[in-house]
Design a protein around this ligand. Structure first.
Ligand code: FAD
Length: 379
């Protein structure tokens, strides 16, 4: 939706083919980083998103053993972003905001119940095959952007390898309206809690907290999605508190994968179709939005004849490299830190927090601003 909105407003006619009967309601991404909000502001979507979400100007690292390890405040980078905070809000709210804004735009069309099942291309056109309730339809255009998620049909049709690995453990997300502020008064809306036995993170979105745990491969999918299992994990969050009100329990596989290329001639891959990572640090959807903005800007100039086709290779070079260098490395390191006792992690965080230069570098990295600067350096 971000790529479509950006392209349509830049004068490029866009048709979105959505496989489902409506915009996805899946409860996954919920953290928007400062530079992503800056990009959404340029599309007119940041304000309504902020209204529907929760501002999180600071985040914390904790460990079960030591309590609070460190707190970082995005105020330290207020000179380089218009939004020195994270916004906690579901991805499904953003797609609906953009859809509402684009509905009557002359360059925008969206078709539901239109799963893409095949893609072919030649030197001047891309053709997609859509399965409309068992009836095959073909549509063609000058370019195709595959933003069709982790199991991307577009990526598979192009036979682009999805290099990387899948963690043996899975991620269990438990949502509860329980008031954690009532029992941990200094909690921020985003908190990562290290523990070698059972680490977790606590994220607040309007009306609910999402508590995320990793569960190892020994327990079956059926067992870990029971209320009893979820309650047993939740009982380790605040000593003495058990039997939480639980709204949802969702289990996810966790991957670290990057497509071998983000461009094959007239077809591009963005978002989860191009890369997957663990959710520690909230970089998957944010990275996908950064892909969308990078690609849409270049595609619009090529479309209007203002830049040569080679301009589009820069999207692949820039976004693929920062995905490998930043997003993959950072999310893997984040997982290792949380799996530790917190002893060494605490010392390294305290050293960063005590040094204003290192704090700033750190904030630039976790907010993903550093990854965008790095992308700009790559021609
Ligand atoms: C528990 C959890 C928490 C997370 N938290 C965060 C976070 O806080 N911040 C963050 O940045 N990331 C987070 N992530 C990652 C984030 O959810 C994903 O990176 C993001 O949802 C990917 O968005 P996308 O639009 O690329 O793909 P999707 O959201 O998967 O959207 C793909 C769309 O394509 C449609 N589609 C699929 N196949 C076809 C087809 N063949 N034809 C047509 N349409 C098709 C689908 O119906 C869907 O609408 C989290 C992930 C998990 C599991």
């Amino acid at each position: 939706m971000v790529a479509a909105a950006h392209l349509a407003r830049s004068g490029v006619p866009v048709t979105v083919f959505e496989g489902g009967p409506k915009l996805s309601e899946e409860s996954r991404a919920s953290t928007f980083h400062p530079p992503t909000l800056d990009m959404l502001h340029a599309l007119g979507a940041a304000e309504p998103l902020i209204k529907q979400g929760l501002k999180a100007p600071a985040f914390q690292y904790r460990s079960k053993k030591h309590g609070l390890l460190a707190q970082f405040d995005f105020g330290g980078i207020a000179d380089v972003t218009q939004h020195p905070y994270r916004v906690q809000c579901e991805q499904s709210k953003l797609t609906r905001i953009l859809y509402g804004q684009m509905l009557s735009h002359p360059n925008f069309e969206l078709h539901f119940d239109s799963p893409v099942v095949d893609v072919t291309q030649d030197a001047s056109r891309v053709e997609i095959t859509i399965d409309r309730n068992g009836r095959t339809e073909r549509r063609s255009g000058r370019y195709l952007v595959g933003a069709d998620g982790a199991s991307s049909k577009v990526r598979r049709a192009l036979r682009v390898e999805f290099e990387g690995f899948t963690w043996p453990d899975r991620l269990l997300v438990v949502s509860t309206p329980f008031d954690f502020h009532g029992v941990i008064p200094d909690l921020t809306p985003v908190n990562y809690v290290a523990d070698p036995e059972r680490w977790y993170f606590l994220l607040q979105i309007p009306g609910v907290w999402r508590v995320m745990f990793l569960v190892n491969e020994d327990a079956s999918d059926e067992r870990v999605q029971t209320r009893e299992f979820a309650q047993s994990l939740m009982a380790g969050v605040v000593p003495g508190i058990s039997n939480y009100p639980i709204e949802h329990i969702t289990l996810y596989k966790v991957h670290q994968r990057v497509a071998k290329t983000f461009r094959q001639s007239r077809v591009f891959l963005i978002g989860d179709a191009a890369h997957l990572n663990n959710p520690l640090g909230g970089m998957g959807m944010n990275g996908g939005i950064h892909d969308a903005v990078n690609l849409a800007g270049r595609l619009a100039t090529v479309w209007r004849g203002e830049a040569p086709d080679t301009e589009l290779d820069r999207f692949d070079r820039q976004r693929r490299l920062v995905t490998l260098e930043y997003i993959q490395n950072y999310t893997i390191q984040n997982k290792k830190n949380l799996e530790s006792s917190g002893d060494e992690f605490r010392l390294s965080l305290q050293a960063i927090a005590a040094d204003p230069v290192r704090t700033r570098e750190y904030l630039l990295r976790v907010s993903m601003i550093a990854s965008l600067h790095r992308a700009e350096e790559l021609c």
